[in-house]
Design a binder for this molecule. Structure first.
Ligand code: AVI
Length: 306
């Protein structure tokens, strides 16, 4: 199935469902990936800078956990900014394999990395790490890197399944994973409702992408971005809420939106460090070191196969 057919069939299923929902992986076309890179620079969006600071500060300890001659596989590599700090701290990494669904973005980031590290073998793999993913035969011990708390974008049961999948793909190697922490809801609210409206544009790009790729006719200014924290579930929810009633056609099927109807586009779960370690244990990992910033905003976990 082509990527467009897959997007169409998931969007049709999501629009038929009650409540309406679509997986956040569809945010990341070229425009969405660029908007996400802008989110990472926002003053309100603390996860990126906090995780970068943790990597800057603790990369030598992380490199010690990883060991020599490792092959690093980054899941959802995007701009591959964070892995640079790790690569610089590692002793003779064998190869870097960035995996991402947004292929153009991936290729551009891989080219930049090759320019900056001429001695490093970089082999980008375009694909969806939540589906069957064909990785090249490993060159040495394989270690996973999954920063950014993307694990938080999965329901806990799906997060557990993904951690198991990673264990299979890594063939006995460890996993370094970034996890956003439970905190003051006001800090979370600001991070997903930035004053420049970048997160709103990122959310709305999903509909713009559908219009571009699937020839749907969403009236973009007829939807607004809504993001709020659900304390009982420890998650941020993002929605696109209809403000002007409209009917949208997708692959010959018509979907009516009344004012106030919502399309749920993303969950972003937050964990306590211990809560995440328990999840990792259920997925067959043995949690080892944890690094956290002094304010307790974000964490990085080193997991080994149990
Ligand atoms: C990629 N992911 C971890 C981001 C998050 O914080 O859940 C995506 C995002 N959505 C809105 N802002 C950032």
């Amino acid at each position: 199935m082509s990527a467009a057919d897959e997007f169409a069939s998931e969007l049709v299923a999501g629009l038929r469902a009650t409540p309406r929902a679509v997986a956040p992986k569809w945010f990341y076309d070229q425009a969405g990936s660029e908007l996400f890179d802008q989110i990472c620079e926002l003053p309100e969006y603390y996860p990126t800078r906090t995780e970068l600071a943790l990597l800057q500060r603790h990369a030598p300890e992380m490199a010690e956990c990883i060991g020599r001659d490792a092959e690093i596989v980054e899941f959802g590599a995007g701009a591959s900014r964070k892995v640079r700090l790790l690569i610089e701290a590692l002793a003779s990494p064998r190869r870097f394999v960035p995996v991402d669904i947004s292929v153009e973005h991936l290729q551009a980031a891989a080219a930049r990395l090759r320019d900056d590290h001429p001695g490093l073998a970089v082999l980008p793999v375009g694909g969806d790490y939540t589906q069957d993913l064909a990785l090249p035969a490993p060159l040495g011990r394989r270690i996973g890197f999954y920063p950014g708390s993307s694990i938080g974008n999965f329901e806990p049961a799906a997060a557990e399944a993904l951690l198991r999948r990673f264990a299979g793909l890594l063939q006995g190697g460890g996993l370094l994973i970034g996890v956003d922490l439970v905190k003051d809801p006001a800090v979370l609210h600001a991070a997903y409702n930035d004053s420049q409206g970048v997160t709103a544009r990122f959310n709305l790009n999903l509909l713009a992408r559908a219009n571009r790729e699937l020839a749907t006719d969403f009236a973009l200014d007829g939807f607004w971005h809504s993001a709020f924290y659900q304390p009982a579930l420890r998650r941020i929810e993002m929605h696109l809420v209809c403000r002007v009633a409209q009917t949208v056609t997708l692959r010959g099927e018509r979907f009516a939106f009344a004012r106030g109807d919502s399309l749920h586009t993303e969950n972003s779960y937050k964990y306590t460090a211990e809560g995440f370690r328990q999840l990792a244990r259920r997925a067959g990992w043995a949690p080892r070191a944890v690094w956290q910033d002094p304010q307790g905003l974000f964490s990085l976990h080193w997991l080994e196969p149990a």
